[in-house]
Structures are given as structure tokens and as C-alpha cells.
Design a protein around this ligand. Structure first.
Ligand code: AHG
Ligand code: MN
Ligand code: MN
Ligand code: MN
Length: 333
């Protein structure tokens, strides 16, 4: 067992910074602000049903989704933390139509999904938060949209928080994936998973199969049919698990292996998940854990975004499983 297990997140970040001298000191401030914000959200989530946070605000977001109170609350808490850190000059969120660009000398930009899996809030099932951090590329006084529209392969850090049976903070800075579990007795995150390596192959697939008839790629249908056939050698049929919260579905996929997908369908011709807030950060984490993140046709992290809120088909998980899905797509398209 590693002697680092149980180490507080803040100390871990400082040690990692010393090991990878490229990283700047201010990075620990950023991570600590995000971790603190997540603890505020966690506190609220834990009281769901007791305090007035369930239900809808009555507004629609830019995606036409009904905004829930916790979506709005979490967006507010993370925005305050991001601004307070003083390190960010540009930020974009699933819950904000427009990006926020400021001239504060901040060298970083951030995109985030403040509350992922929000349809699970009211029914006591896992939800999450996802973030993606880039270095600013422009040099004028004010940040620009191009600072936010960088491909995922330029991310310098990405992470998620899962508010589940315990709360975990999982992140990468491009040197592996580390997981920290919140200890309510100590009031902080402690290193519990290091480094996370995704199994080469899994036994679980995760997809909203209710959309089966409406999937655009015939290869995806054929692949799912194939997963259900019996075969000793490849351990088929696979089991199906779908939580409807990308953070929770990816968290399981990271630890247990297998494949997670949100393919294109007739209603969502580019898939449902958002490149900047969901696919890129989760893709970076999956790759850092040794997995593959693809649209079925290309590497997610190589896509150059055109708009803030663009969507993208997602296939990610264990190398064996994602390669197999891509083989089917190539064969049947
Ligand atoms: P969000 O709650 O941030 O809008 O994201 C929901 C996303 C994602 O978490 C999940 O994988 C997917 O939507 C579920 O969609 P379906 O209900 O269509 O399966
Ligand atoms: Mn949403
Ligand atoms: Mn989401
Ligand atoms: Mn969300």
C-alpha cells in the first residue's frame, strides 16, 4: 500500500508541483478553490429534501433544459470560487449562455458543468461536477473567445467531483489520475485512489439503450447486439449499467472498466453531451488512466471547437472495448 494514501489534497498538490516543475505555484490555489466550492455543494446535496433545493427554477438553459435549483446554486458557488482565485480570465459553463471574459491578469481559462446528472437530484442518486482548465493563449488585456475554444489536447488539468455514497474529487494534470475521498470528520479530501488505471477490458456497457431505434450509426446497434450474445472467451453477454449521470457512469467505467457511450441519434444528431463541459474533461481523464475517448470517427481531444455549447458523440472507456465499438462502426457505415 502506498504511504501517500490518506494524504490531504492540498499537500498532495504541493508535492506534485515539486515533482513536475513545469507546474506553477498558483495551481494549488486553483485546485483548493474548486475543492472548497465542491464541499459547499456537497453540504447542500446532503441536505436535499430538508432544505429548499429540490425542483425547478422555472427557467430554461441554452440547451432548452429545465434548470433546477441545484444547477443554479452550484453554478453560482463555482463561479464565485473561480473569480475569487483571481487566476482565471475566461470562464464558460453549461448553465451560462455567454462566456465571461475579464481583464484581471489571470493566466488560465476554465469550462465547467456545475451539476451533472441533474435529473438525479430529486431522487437521491449520484450527481457530479466536471471542470476543464486551459492556459490562456491570447496576450491582449482582455481574454478572447479563442482562449475558450481550444482543443481538448491543450487541457492542462481536468477533474470531476462525484457526490455519491461518498464524495470524491478526481483529477489529472497530465501525470496520471488521482482520486480523493472527502472525510467528513477531517473536513477535507484525502488521497484514496492512486493512480487510477482503467482495466484493459471490462464486462459492462453503459448507454441509454432506449434510444436504440433512433441511433444514427448502424454499427452502434450491431455492436450492442454483439455484446448481448453468449461467448465464453470475450465474457459476453456484458452487463448493462446506466445511471444517467455521466460523472457516475464514467467513475464506474474508470474503476471497473467497460464502455460508456452517448451516440448520435435522430433527436440529437451530434449526440447529447457537450464537448467543452463533458466530453473533453472526461476524455482527458479517461486517456490519462490508459483508456480511449472517441466520437467513433476521431479522437475527442483533437476536435477544434467552433462554438461554446457544441455537442459531440461520445464513446469512451477500456481500450479493448472502445476499439471493438469503433471496428463495428467502420464495418457497418
Ligand atoms: P446535465 O445534467 O449536466 O445536463 O447532463 C446530463 C447528461 C449526462 O450526465 C448524462 O450522461 C446524460 O445527460 C443522460 O442523458 P439521457 O437522460 O438522455 O440518457
Ligand atoms: Mn443540463
Ligand atoms: Mn452534464
Ligand atoms: Mn449540468
Amino acid at each position: 500500500m502506498s504511504e501517500r494514501l490518506g494524504m490531504p489534497l492540498s499537500r498532495f498538490i504541493l508535492e506534485e508541483q515539486r515533482k513536475h516543475p513545469g507546474a506553477r505555484g498558483e495551481f494549488s490555489i486553483i485546485m483548493e478553490q474548486l475543492a472548497t466550492a465542491s464541499q459547499v455543494v456537497r453540504g447542500h446535496v446532503r441536505k436535499a429534501g430538508l432544505v429548499d433545493i429540490l425542483g425547478f427554477t422555472g427557467k430554461l438553459n441554452v440547451f432548452g433544459e429545465r434548470v433546477r435549483r441545484l444547477d443554479e446554486f452550484s453554478n453560482h458557488v463555482f463561479m464565485e470560487a473561480i473569480k475569487t482565485s483571481g487566476r482565471f480570465c475566461a470562464m464558460a459553463s453549461e448553465e451560462m449562455k455567454e462566456a465571461v471574459l475579464i481583464s484581471n491578469g489571470g493566466e488560465y481559462v476554465i469550462t465547467f458543468d456545475p451539476l451533472d446528472g441533474s435529473s438525479n437530484i430529486d431522487i437521491n442518486i449520484s450527481i457530479g461536477t466536471i471542470f476543464s482548465i486551459f492556459k490562456r493563449t491570447s496576450s491582449g488585456e482582455m481574454a478572447t473567445m479563442d482562449d475558450l475554444l481550444q482543443p481538448g489536447n491543450k487541457q492542462i488539468a481536468a477533474g470531476y467531483i462525484i457526490y455519491g455514497s461518498s464524495t470524491m474529487f478526481v483529477y489529472t494534470t497530465g501525470h496520471g489520475v488521482y482520486g480523493f475521498t472527502f472525510d467528513p470528520a477531517v473536513g477535507t479530501y484525502l488521497l484514496s485512489h492512486e493512480p487510477i488505471k482503467i482495466p484493459e477490458k471490462g464486462k459492462i456497457y453503459s448507454v441509454n439503450e432506449g434510444n436504440y431505434k433512433h441511433w444514427i450509426e448502424n454499427g452502434i446497434k450491431k455492436y450492442i447486439d454483439w455484446l448481448k450474445e453468449k461467448d465464453e472467451e470475450t465474457k459476453r453477454p456484458y452487463s448493462m449499467r446506466y445511471i444517467g449521470c455521466m460523472v457516475a457512469d464514467i467513475h464506474r467505467t474508470l474503476l471497473k472498466g467497460g464502455i460508456f457511450m452517448y451516440p448520435a441519434d435522430k433527436k440529437n444528431p451530434n449526440g447529447k453531451l457537450r464537448l467543452l463541459y463533458e466530453a473533453n474533461p472526461m476524455g482527458f481523464i479517461i486517456e490519462q488512466a490508459g483508456g480511449i475517448a472517441s466520437t467513433g470517427r476521431e479522437r475527442i481531444l483533437d476536435i477544434v471547437p467552433e462554438t461554446l455549447h457544441q455537442r459531440v458523440p461520445v464513446i469512451m472507456g477500456s481500450p479493448y472495448d472502445v476499439k471493438k465499438a469503433i471496428e463495428f462502426i467502420e464495418q457497418y457505415s
